[in-house]
Design a protein. Sequence first.
Length: 288
Amino acid sequence: MTDQGMEDNIIQFVGVTGTSTRDARNFLEKYKRVDVAVDAYFNNPHEFNTPTRHQPAPAAPSTSKLTTLFNSYKDPDGDEITVDGTIKLCGDLEVDPEDVVLLAVAFELKSPGIGRWTKQGWTEGWKALRVDTIPAMKALLPQLRAKLSNDPAYFRKVYNYTFEFGRSEGQRSLGMDSAQAFWALLLPHGLTGSALSHIRAESSDGDVSMEDEEGWKSEYVQWWFDFLNEKGGKGVSKDTWVMVCIISLSLCLSYLKSIQFLDFLRSIDCKFSNHNIEGQIRFRLRES
């Protein structure tokens, strides 16, 4: 990697994690790719810290502290934190209950459903994130929010988990209103960073196109909703969530193609000129 390439990656890494340039360089030198290095940082931000007599190693998160916190939010008549406790938690964290970052928290704590948190998921999740107090949790939220908008692999994990998280108990599909609400949170957020950044098309000889092209735009999300509402239907299946039928918006909203939505969203240009309709049809025929 060139010196300029490393400096650019360091800037991106620091922007996502908020850590020092020295730590950024250490992670990038070891893990090479920005997305892999960012993931490693969030899994263990202290990897390159060397404990000394003047700088003791950070204490492991306390199970007893997390249990006390859990019990302060838990439903007094049950074993879980439910809606009332979640609202109280959001107030203490100073976060809007509809903030997209809570989808990342739900993924990390393996929440079984909207406004629900189990003791095991709560304890293991926060311990993995290395926090055990409300101030530490508050400080962590901007990091999770940044990771969700800048790390494609992490975005995909949270996106896929949201389907399971958002379903009503006993239902195989996600309600249409819920699906659109989650899409409205996740897709614009991913578009603000590099999580859903445009992947330039390759030419026939394998070279990346150098033409100036834009990708998916946030306003297309509403067009997608308009199409779904016009087609009708009460729910979105898991196959549709992951392998969704997406409409071509380039002319008059007339072509449908079945492809993986996130890959489509990242690879398409704003004119939809680089999407091969016939190729997708041949692909689906081979798969069927």
